[in-house]
Design a protein around this ligand. Structure first.
Ligand code: GLU
Length: 467
């Protein structure tokens, strides 16, 4: 196996969008492939024609792209592979490893009810197993499973798992409507796509012995299996909507950075000492299945948001501007100047936990403002008129509107009036932003620029006069 290239896969069913659990599975497969210079395959398992939708597929693919989980092959679509499945079914039939079963649904239901009534585990009784039946309307194809012995595999996370073959039914591979079953499709796909590592959630662990029997019947190599522990919410209950956002798209819309989400996902079952913050490159370098534990991973949105603020703090101005722009546009800002967005973002970088927070807090730079009612009453008072008018004159005379220049203008202004900055800082802040909280007054003046500052200060003066 040593010289063989590692090939992993992510096979989402587009019956929903991409959620934390699926994204974690995708990430672990991607990291394992990237760490080992292997290949990562994307396959859309859309055999459930009723519940699979095109828009879910698009969201899944968009979410993968946003997370940066690029694939080397695919996306394959199971719905386009029925010919291949049929070939494999024929192969199993011709080698005697599968057979046609004509039992009706009514008959199977009755036998099932009888077994349950006797307290037995319902199981197909093998009635058609040796009848040598051919195809017929209503017939299904079943796997001729071994009746004795055990199926054993060494899960790369959970250790050795063994199950008596007598527990495993002659499972249906092809339904009477001609559609292929999940276990058969997955084995045919994994086998024909050269997948040699299957890393997936442990909700699939019961399928693994069944899939191994199909590999054996097809006489194909069996991949390594790693079943990842469950994901719980902070209350240790299975992660669900009750715990808040769980879809990748929701986190994107919330203004979480992809690398922050990847970092949180990586920690759901995997660890590297006590280290908590990893760049994506570090994850690739350090990832191994040996460090995937058996204990459930706890997903905590609050922690993700805290982590996100750390990643925001490290972003350079250009990326900040690129990342913030779509959020501002979604909030109705248009004709945005890139330099202004960059400047605005930098003033808010240290105080924003998400890009959405940042966009909301920076709206005063880009849209008309309204004064917070209480702040207006308390700070925009008539006694300040002369001071503010004088300040307006000084600012109109400013040759440049850099922070350093503004500071000089203010030092002179305060000295001339014999007042402290405190006296005018809040009135000025409200005049410029409408609010009592904002980044430093000189920072915001520089980003707003001279024309906008003069206009807002003049507006505030008129507003006070009209009170
Ligand atoms: N399509 C399956 C799912 O979304 C995954 C099957 C597998 O990993 O084998 O749960």
């Amino acid at each position: 196996m040593n010289n063989t290239q590692i090939v992993t896969r992510f096979p989402p069913s587009p019956t929903g969008t991409l959620h934390i659990g699926g994204a974690r599975t995708a990430l672990f497969n991607w990291l394992f492939a990237r760490h080992n210079n292997g290949k990562f395959v994307l396959r859309i398992e859309d055999t459930d024609r009723v519940r699979s939708t095109q828009s879910n597929t698009e969201v899944i693919i968009g979410s993968m792209k946003w997370l940066g989980l690029d694939w080397d092959e695919g996306p394959y679509f199971q719905s386009q592979r029925s010919k291949i499945y049929d070939e494999y079914i024929q192969k199993l039939l011709s080698t005697g490893n599968a057979y046609y079963c004509h039992c009706s649904k009514e008959e199977l239901d009755r036998k099932r009810a009888e077994a349950l009534a006797k307290g037995l585990k319902p199981k197909y009784d093998g009635k058609c197993r040796d009848l040598g039946l051919g195809d017929a309307p209503g017939a299904v194809v079943r796997l001729r499973s071994p009746l004795t012995g055990t199926t054993t595999f060494k899960d790369l996370v959970k250790g050795v798992i063994s199950i008596d073959n007598s527990e495993l039914d002659d499972l249906i591979l092809k339904r009477s409507d001609g559609s292929i079953t999940y276990n058969m499709a997955v084995v045919v796909d994994d086998s024909s796509m050269g997948i040699n590592y299957v890393i997936r959630g442990d909700d699939h662990i019961n399928n693994t012995p069944r899939q191994i029997l199909i590999y054996k019947a097809l006489n194909r190599p069996i991949p390594g299996f790693a079943h990842l522990p469950m994901i719980l919410g902070p209350d240790r209950k299975p992660l669900s909507k009750r715990h808040g956002a769980t879809s990748v798209l929701a986190f994107k819309e919330m203004g979480i950075l992809p690398e922050a989400l990847l970092n949180s996902l990586a920690r759901l079952g995997w660890s590297y000492g006590d280290k908590e913050k990893f760049s994506t490159q570090e994850l690739i370098e350090l990832f191994s299945l040996e460090h995937v534990g058996k204990a459930s991973g706890i997903f905590n949105v609050e922690k993700l948001i805290d982590l996100n603020s750390k990643y925001i703090m490290e972003m350079d101005g250009d990326r900040l501007a690129d990342s913030l722009t779509p959020f501002l546009e979604a909030l109705g800002c248009s004709h945005l100047s890139r330099e202004k967005v960059k400047g605005a973002a930098i003033t808010l970088q240290k105080r924003s936990k998400t890009l959405l927070d940042m966009a909301k807090d920076s709206l005063f730079y880009f849209k008309d403002i309204t004064y917070d009612e209480k702040a207006d009453e308390k700070f925009l008072t008539i006694d300040l008129i002369d001071t503010l008018e004088d300040l307006l004159t000084d600012l109109q005379g400013a040759m440049d509107f850099s922070q350093a220049e503004l500071e000089k203008i203010f030092v002179n202004f305060l000295e001339k009036h014999q007042i402290k900055l405190k006296k005018i800082a809040q009135p000025l802040r409200i005049s410029l932003t409408g609010k009592t909280f904002s980044p430093g007054i000189f920072e915001i003046m520089e980003v707003l620029g001279k024309d906008m500052v003069i206009k807002r200060l003049s507006d505030a003066i008129s507003h006070i006069k009209n009170k």
